[in-house]
Design a protein around this ligand. Structure first.
Ligand code: F6P
Length: 322
């Protein structure tokens, strides 16, 4: 079947660079003679028929903007067999032949459900968590990493001035990838992630005491959201060591902001490839970035692959952060 009309949506948590991916989908589609539709608010908006045609100008001046011009949502009603059937019917009513779904693993599960209903979908990985196994980098990770680094550099100034211990919680859901990348880049005293078992006394208290002997008086620990309890940890550290301690939860600020050039470029290439795949008659694929190359994997395979935590990088960070 020749593809004439495609649609694009963003779903799940927003990620900087989603706009660049949407732009690439729209512009590639139009350049190949297709009509391109934008679905607002992800699968939630799809079920509410929030669909409109996009032009070349609809996606002008968005490449540098964070968030997503298509808005995003997490939909409970879509995640039911009735929801998926209704969504597939709506797409067919609009005579849409293929869908590009930009988001994380939840988004890909939705795409997979639509594919099982015979509707062609391609996933584009965008999440600051960098937790998609087939993908070395997901769209938004680089920007979020740089945002966190910028903020922790500022925290360092005040932690240093007060001889304090600063515990900074960064996002990542169950993944410590962001915490590790950020912790290494800021030279944190310690990085606490769900993938590596940590011992409060040995990895925090003894470490602070040992490093204090070299004259160091301020400390930064990067704590991954998946470990949590950051405020409690700060209180406990202060009680035991006597070093004034503060917890900072960076929160949603780390998901916003203008995407880095890296994220814009990767998003543009991935968005472009997603349309090419639909035109080749492919479906149920996830576009991925591996060794600086854009590849694609079966969604099933992509979701079942286990992402290996870069333990070697974790150990390097540990060894040089004293
Ligand atoms: O998946 C991206 C992410 O920012 C996670 O790091 C975090 O756990 C979650 O989304 C937060 O979700 P919400 O924006 O719904 O609070």
């Amino acid at each position: 079947m020749a593809i004439k009309r495609i649609a694009v949506l963003t779903s799940g948590g927003d990620a900087p660079g989603m706009n660049a991916a949407v732009r690439a989908v729209v512009r590639t589609g139009i350049s190949r003679g297709l009509e391109v539709y934008g679905i607002s608010r992800g699968y939630h908006g799809l079920l509410k028929d929030e669909i409109q045609e996009l032009s070349l100008r609809s996606v002008a001046d968005i490449i540098h903007r964070g968030g997503t011009m298509l808005y995003t949502a997490r939909s409970k009603s879509f995640a039911t067999p009735e929801g998926v059937t209704a969504a597939a019917d709506i797409l067919k009513d609009h005579q849409i032949d293929g869908l590009v779904c930009i988001g994380g693993d939840g988004t890909f599960r939705g795409a997979q459900d639509l594919c099982r209903k015979g509707f062609p979908c391609i996933g584009v990985p965008a999440t600051i968590d960098n937790d998609i196994s087939c993908c070395e980098h997901t769209i938004g990770f680089d920007t979020a990493m740089n945002t966190c680094v910028e903020m922790i550099d500022k925290l360092r100034d005040t932690a240093q001035s007060h001889d304090r211990c600063s515990l900074v919680e960064v996002m990542g859901r169950h993944s410590g990838e962001l915490a590790l990348a950020v912790g290494l880049a800021v030279g944190a005293t310690g990085i606490i992630v769900p993938e590596v078992k940590f011992d409060f006394d040995k990895d925090i208290i003894d470490r602070m005491k040992e490093i204090s002997k070299t004259g160091k008086k301020h400390f930064i620990f990067v704590v991954s959201e998946g470990v949590g309890h950051t405020t409690d940890l700060a209180k406990k550290i202060e009680e035991i060591t006597g070093v004034e301690s503060r917890a900072t939860i960076l929160g949603h600020v780390q998901r916003g902001g203008s995407p880095t050039a890296f994220d814009r470029n990767m998003a543009s290439e991935m968005g472009h490839r997603s349309v090419e795949l639909l035109l080749l008659g492919k479906s149920n694929r996830v576009v991925a970035c591996q060794d600086d190359r854009i590849e694609d994997y079966d969604i099933e395979q992509a979701l079942s692959m286990k992402k290996m935590f870069p333990k070697d990088r974790f150990e390097i960070a540990h060894e040089i952060s004293n």
